[in-house]
Design a protein around this ligand. Sequence first.
Ligand code: NI
Length: 188
Amino acid sequence: MILPILAYGHPLLRKECQLIEQNSDDLQNLISNMWETMYNAEGVGLAAPQVGVNKKIFIIDANPLFSEDHEISDFEKLNSKKVFINPEITLINNDECSFNEGCLSIPDIRAEIKRPNTIRVNYYDENFNDNSKVFEGLLARVILHENDHINGVLFTDKISSFKRKIIEKKLDKIKKGKIETDYKMSFL
Ligand code: NI
């Protein structure tokens, strides 16, 4: 089932999410609805609070981000599409990189955002198996963006105050629902 995506300004996007204690039919339903919702909106990541669920889970499929001249590694082949439950992230080093980010909850706004390039993620997968993996580059970026969502943080929080002034009006329009998208959104 395709779920409406909460728009910027919705208070549920600002809440710290709760740990998921166990696997359940509800959880599996949520995961399947999240995949459907993300692909319908042509996103590369979606976090539960974006569909109004206050739980620590997000999904990613970063494949559309790889450019044609990028040779996809074996690791990327296996790990670009994933479910992360109760993730915990640690930095591997202080390397950062910049990338033009967007967000399904904040349509039509993009900005260069600096983020760490290499991270370790401890998480449960969709079968509640314990995992610990190192991700880098675009995969790390998408994971960090989605992980921010489950902590109530949005990428626009990381924009310089100068650039924020420029997008403030656009953000205000999204808040008021004065925006058209190809997917269903939910405004407060
Ligand atoms: Ni987002």
